[in-house]
Design a protein. Structure first.
Length: 188
């Protein structure tokens, strides 16, 4: 049996990021026959620019992201909310993955967006914006796989998300739904 790989992209660069901890939770809870790999290196990718996205000279960090995405079976984006929307580092990753136009690494890739934020809605605006951008970029966004956890700084001040029973259950369900989309894709 082939192991399914879910590539996690975290939209926060902060060392103590609760979204980073949520990604660790997903990696810890990966169902049997799957693994969640957290991509490290979004901070190293230059802002997308057609002038530097040329065959044979794509920046190494961007190429590494594209290859990791191509090699993954599915994507899980974990994002906070910055000024009511998606953080620049995650939007930049989506831009790099959407190219070349119509053939980017995101094309048809089952993708889910989840996250946590300090506010009372848990980053839902950022999550919706990320889904919109991903759809336009060609990803197969799994709409049923949604999770926006409010009050992150208080809720996870003394507890890692993997030790929060409710969050662990929700993340497990997200992974099952996302991986279920792979099975649906194969059956189609």
């Amino acid at each position: 049996m082939t192991e399914n790989t879910v590539l996690a992209l975290v939209g926060s660069l902060r060392a103590g990021s609760t979204n980073g901890q949520l990604a660790e939770t997903a990696a810890h809870l990966a169902p049997s026959g799957s693994k969640v790999v957290i991509f490290d290196g979004l901070a190293d990718i230059p802002f997308y620019n057609d002038d530097i996205d040329l065959p044979g000279s794509v920046p190494a960090a961007a190429q590494r992201l594209r290859e990791a995405t191509q090699n993954a079976d599915a994507l899980l984006l974990l994002t906070p909310e910055h000024n009511g929307t998606i953080p620049a580092v995650l939007k930049n990753a989506i831009d790099w993955l959407s190219r070349p136009f119509g053939e980017g690494a995101l094309k048809g890739k089952p993708t889910a967006v989840i996250g946590t934020a300090y506010g009372q809605y848990g980053g839902v605006w950022a999550h919706d914006d990320a889904r919109k951008s991903l759809k336009i970029a060609g990803a197969d966004v799994v709409e049923e796989a949604k999770l926006s956890i409010p009050g992150s700084l208080v809720r996870f001040a003394e507890v890692h998300p993997k030790d929060d029973a409710e969050v662990s259950t929700q993340v497990s369900e997200i992974l099952e739904t996302l991986l279920g989309a792979l099975k649906d894709e194969v059956a189609a």
